[in-house]
Design a protein around this ligand. Structure first.
Ligand code: UD1
Ligand code: CA
Length: 450
């Protein structure tokens, strides 16, 4: 069976009150439209057509990597009119209509809907709602779907129906074109309703059915920021559940946010309020303390990330010990068993096996060997105001506290740099290097207050 997926994304989304097009508002760090495009490809769709109205260039730029077809709907004259803009591309056995502002629908639900086309020509995804106001009502006639009546066109009896149209619909691709051609806008809103296809199917001897979705969260739309926040929570709840089923302990599954892809090993423990962004991989037995933000990074087996650490674009080796309050920036590569302590910032730095930067330091554009100790308050002075320069520290070196290493500069193997040194030339291996003058004590009286 060949399949086209038509994604409706032409609505203006004024209720978002935003300069950003509605369908680009993110859920779990990904634009809503991106979620729906993903779902379409998960279904192995032969064609994915996005019907857009506003901000076309912006949308196309955002999804330039996706093999989707763009169809413009210059004026928003209704859902039927929207699908009509895409129909020339829908030369497939089946057509599935999805909404870009219903981002959480599962591929499995779509498959169930498409499977209903085995016995029918139109299959509408419905849901039972306690508060059906505003939705199209599902009017059944036994097993058959007789009609969908829009809220504004409904009678008092019809308004009492609590089964509503989610808007998601699977259609016989061979018949769709003829149905669309027959739509008119003689209704309360003066719109071309896609839902009128149900009535048209009935008159030409085709069958329509409604398939009930039992998870209302899955088919909820995000029209304003309140609904967007609700969708975010549903998405995060799903992510948390997936993580726990994969062997991750979440101390509170309601207090973790995954905005991207989090790949995990087993027996990982994540404390509350951690945020994972972009592509993050956590090895087996990793422990992450409360309030950490980790983005586009890999954390090796058994590493411990203590609370309030911020890690971005970094690789953390096995059994490394990070934080609390560490900041690892892009290009940080920490070998196994290394240690980065509180208020330490690293950037474009490789740190060798067992090396320690325990307190209050900046290590940037640096290569640090194995078993190096970098004392508290050490700064690699990597920037001369125009260019960045490199600091190289060989195995076994010891940098005394409060030192400034003015790059480009090298510290030799097993060298010792005295506390408070400002190193402007290389420090030779195996020796103690000091740059401050001899210590003096003078007779001097502290001024007293007048
Ligand atoms: C539609 C359904 C209604 C259903 C409801 C579920 C019709 C006539 N009605 O209502 O039965 O209960 O969805 O939310 O289909 N869109 C376009 N172009 C347009 C109009 C809409 O692309 O000209 C897109 C919107 O961006 C949105 C979706 O279609 O993603 C639904 O539009 P919306 O106005 O929210 O729904 P209704 O038409 O009110
Ligand atoms: Ca509407």
């Amino acid at each position: 069976m060949s399949l086209s997926v038509v994604i409706l994304a032409a609505g203006q989304g004024t209720r978002m009150r935003s300069a950003l097009p509605k369908v680009l508002h993110p859920v779990g760090g990904k634009p809503m439209l991106g979620h729906v495009i993903n779902t379409a490809f998960e279904l192995d769709a032969d064609k994915v057509i996005v019907v857009y109205g506003h901000a076309g260039e912006r949308l196309k730029a955002e999804f330039s990597g996706e093999p989707v077809i763009w169809a413009e709907q210059a004026e928003q004259l209704g859902t039927g009119h929207a699908v009509k803009q895409a129909v020339e591309h829908c030369d497939t056995d089946q057509v599935l209509v999805l909404y870009a502002d219903v981002p959480l629908v599962r591929a499995s639900t779509c498959r169930t809907l498409l499977a209903a086309l085995d016995q029918a020509d139109v299959a509408v995804l419905s849901v039972e709602l306690d508060h059906p106001t505003g939705y199209g009502r599902i009017q059944r006639d036994g097993d058959r779907l007789a009609a969908i009546v829009e809220h504004k066109d409904a009678s008092v009896e019809q308004l009492a129906i609590s089964e509503v149209n989610t808007g998601l619909m699977a259609l016989n691709g061979q018949k769709l074109n003829a149905w669309l051609a027959q739509l008119n806008n003689n209704n309360a809103q003066g719109e071309y309703y896609l839902t009128d296809i149900v009535g048209l199917a009935d008159t030409d001897g085709s069958t329509a059915v409604a398939v009930v979705c039992d998870d209302a969260d899955e088919v909820a739309g995000a029209n304003d920021r309140v609904q967007l926040a609700a969708a975010e929570r549903v998405w995060q709840h799903r992510q948390a559940e997936t993580l726990m089923r994969a062997g991750v302990t979440l101390l509170d599954p309601a207090r973790v946010d995954v905005r991207g892809t989090l790949s995990v090993g087993q027996d990982i423990e994540v404390d509350v309020n951690c945020v994972f962004e972009g592509d993050v991989t956590l090895g087996d037995d990793v422990r992450i303390g409360a309030n950490c933000v980790i983005k586009d990074s890999r954390i090796g087996k058994g590493a411990v990330i203590k609370p309030f650490s911020h890690i971005e674009g970094a690789y953390v080796g096995a059994k490394a010990d990070i934080g609390p309050y560490a900041r690892l920036r892009e290009g940080t590569e920490l070998a196994p068993q290394s240690k980065i302590g509180n208020f330490v910032e690293t950037k474009k730095a490789t740190i060798g096996v067992g090396s320690k930067v325990n307190h209050l330091s900046y290590v940037g554009d640096a290569e640090v060997g194995d078993n190096v100790n970098i004392g508290a308050g050490t700064i690699t002075c990597n920037y001369d105001g125009a260019n960045k320069h490199k600091t190289i520290i060989a195995d076994g070196a010891f940098i005394g506290s409060g030192s400034n290493l003015v790059a480009p500069v090298q510290v030799g193997k097993n060298a010792t740099v005295g506390a408070g040194t400002t190193l402007r030339k290389d420090a030779p291996e195996e020796q103690l290097t000091l740059t401050k003058g001899r210590q003096q004590s003078l007779d001097w009286l502290r001024p007293t207050k007048n």
